[in-house]
Ligand binder design. Structure first.
Ligand code: 5MM
Length: 375
């Protein structure tokens, strides 16, 4: 392990207010997203879509690193140029997802453990030789009645730590992703409690497995209420005369943004050691603009007082509008690339605390339409 190299790469991933673009959807996930839009679920369509992403003009101005999938890291542009060359020529650091997915955890109904440790040393050696300088492993923690269990948290934290140690041995920076899912009726407070508990166990395991904290990146969820949490409804029934109307509580929006920002940062301050250079959030299915606004609020309200950089490692919250514009059609590539670049720019602005909703109207009407539709 070259400690200096690991520290340099980890720092570079969160330098200059840039962030990561996760484009590591496994084949089933990518196909699911294509199916929803009527895009053919073929290897060629996935290759063409990933070519669209990596050839986006100006992407490297906001994106420090991209997370690839095994199929993608081996793919080439239509003209035969390897994606890895296109990415590094754009000044972007290539990374790779190395887990093999979350599987049912025996004896723990409704809970999962992420697999992929078998043979990982060999796979890391190959990816590193190809040019990958960082890796990613995602653990998923569901919240519900009686869950997460201690068994689920510990199994996932142990696997994350074993993965991280193997990465560092190979000179690859581990991005450690324990995701507390948004699905469920839980409150923001319950999410904060679970996220803190998970992070404490994860850092305990990272310490036990001798992972060098200066040479890793944490990729957590933001602290959010569950998707079906009653307190989270942003529409309210209002009676005017005999008529019932549904009113959208837009005035709650900024309050919500600040509440999420405060709960998230306070939680992280309790559980994430100062030696970690950067925290790059996943978006987890949040609306694109809200993910930017919440990251922005964290940086506005706390950045000067934090030991680590607060960055992003979004998949859907960067890619969704572009995918919706592309629709699998070559003629839409340029508009889709503009939309992708726009979301990346918004998130870079959010790192600086300079994101405003006004940035959203700077894009052309079709991009804005797609951004709205994805909500
Ligand atoms: C949580 O998912 C990660 C971040 O994506 P979002 O910002 O959309 O939440 C992402 O890197 C994720 O791990 C992959 O897209 C998921 O791929 P698979 O197919 O392994 O679930």
């Amino acid at each position: 392990m070259n400690a200096q190299q690991l520290m340099d790469t980890a720092k570079a991933l969160v330098a200059d207010d840039k962030g990561l673009l996760a484009m590591d959807e496994s084949t089933p996930t990518c196909n699911k997203r294509f199916a929803r839009l009527g895009i053919p679920q073929t290897e060629e369509a996935r290759r063409a879509y990933r070519e669209l992403i990596v050839t986006t003009p100006g992407l490297g101005e906001s994106i420090s690193g991209v997370i690839l999938y095994d199929e993608t890291i081996r793919q080439k542009k239509e003209d035969g140029t390897p994606f890895l060359k296109v990415i590094t020529d754009a000044g972007i650091i290539p990374g790779i997802k190395v887990d093999t997915g979350a599987k049912a955890l025996a004896g723990h109904h409704g809970e999962k453990v992420t697999e992929g440790l078998d043979g990982l040393r060999g796979r890391l050696a190959e990816y590193s030789q190809m040019g990958a300088r960082f890796a990613k492993w995602r653990a998923v923690i569901a919240v519900g009645d009686g869950i997460p269990s201690r068994g689920c948290i510990e199994a996932n934290a142990h696997a994350l730590a074993r993965y991280a140690a193997l990465c560092q041995e190979a000179g690859v920076v581990p991005v450690v992703e324990p995701e507390v899912l948004m699905d469920g009726e839980h409150t923001l407070e319950r999410c904060r409690e679970v996220t803190e508990q998970v992070l404490r166990v994860v850092f305990n395991q990272l310490y036990t497995q001798r992972v060098m904290l200066e040479g890793m990146i944490l990729k957590p969820n933001m602290v959010l209420p569950g998707l079906t949490c009653a307190q989270h409804e942003d529409v309210e029934e209002v009676a005017i005369g005999e008529q019932q109307y549904q009113v959208r509580l837009t005035c709650r929006q900024q309050e919500d943004v600040n509440e999420v920002a405060d709960a998230t940062v306070r939680c992280l301050l309790q559980a994430v050691p100062a030696a970690v250079p950067g925290i790059a959030f996943l978006s987890g299915g949040q609306p694109n603009e809200l993910a930017s606004a919440r990251l922005n609020a964290m940086n506005v309200r706390f950045a000067s007082r934090l030991p680590w950089a607060l960055a992003f490692s979004f998949a859907r919250a960067i890619q969704q509008p572009a995918l919706e514009i592309w629709q699998g059609q070559q003629a839409n590539v340029s508009s889709a690339q503009k939309a992708l670049c726009h979301r990346a720019r918004c998130n870079r602005a959010a790192r600086r605390g300079e994101y405003t909703p006004a940035m959203e109207v700077e894009v052309g009407p079709e991009q804005h339409h797609a951004a709205q539709a994805s909500h």
